[in-house]
Design a protein around this ligand. Structure first.
Ligand code: AP5
Ligand code: MG
Length: 190
């Protein structure tokens, strides 16, 4: 089973992915986390993307496309991936579709976590003190939210058409959301 989880910054993509991977023996593929690791390790790529991420803009489709192909092409993760934060625009939606076909896989469900801006601001300001993410200040969080809003529509349309989209209320408690998502996955697994 391959799953896409998307939603605005602070929606709980990482939190829920983390719970789901343990329960269903999947592998979490967070493009944001992979990119932050490149920055932390001061790789060439990390130096290249540092200012883009910290201003709340999107890294190039090519860079993230290369990152995800490493996982999709790896047999260890075959049909065990949860895509957290990818795809983020229509180009990425199409690229993911193409890559999965190339490696004889598919998406089984797309989860959209819906959360409003006020809740997002609160969560990001709380997380700021815990995780020390450089992009976690209110101004950049709003920018990330706007980037999300600007790109969301074609993604929703695409996955609605292929009948994969499930909308989840991301403002419920972590446990409630986890139960709902687990139920959805169980029902798809059959
Ligand atoms: P990314 O790392 O994906 O950041 P994001 O989309 O802004 O989302 P977050 O990680 O901030 O939030 P989340 O939804 O994971 O929430 P979390 O579970 O942590 O991307 C960062 C950057 O990398 C992008 O801006 C871009 O530059 C680049 N990038 C990444 N992917 C890319 C791509 N595909 N293309 C191009 N560029 C890309 O939860 C947030 C907080 O809320 C936590 O403290 C948590 O404990 C709390 N919380 C979670 N759920 C609940 C709940 N239900 N109730 C109360 N609190 C909750
Ligand atoms: Mg995250």
């Amino acid at each position: 089973m391959n799953i896409v989880i998307f939603g605005p910054p602070g929606a709980g993509k990482g939190t829920q992915s983390n719970l789901i991977v343990k329960k269903f023996n999947l592998h979490q593929l967070s493009t944001g986390e992979l990119l932050r690791k490149e920055i932390k390790d001061k790789t060439d790529l990390g130096l290249q993307i540092f200012s883009i991420i910290n201003s709340g803009n999107l890294v190039s489709d090519e860079i993230v496309g290369n990152l995800i192909e490493k996982y999709i092409s790896n047999n260890t993760y075959k049909n065990r991936l949860i895509f957290d934060g990818y795809p983020r625009n229509l180009i990425q939606v199409r690229y993911l579709d193409k890559l999965l076909k190339k490696y004889d896989q598919k998406i089984d469900v797309v989860l959209k976590l819906s959360v409003g801006l006020e809740v997002i601001k609160k969560r990001i300001s709380e997380r700021k003190n815990v995780e020390m993410r450089a992009d976690d200040n209110e101004k950049i969080a709003i920018k990330r939210y706007e980037m999300y809003e600007n790109n969301i529509k074609p993604i929703i349309d695409f996955y609605k058409q292929s009948n994969l989209l499930k909308v989840v209320n991301g403002e419920a408690t972590i446990d409630e959301i986890n139960s709902e998502i687990s139920g959805l996955i169980e029902s798809i697994k059959g």
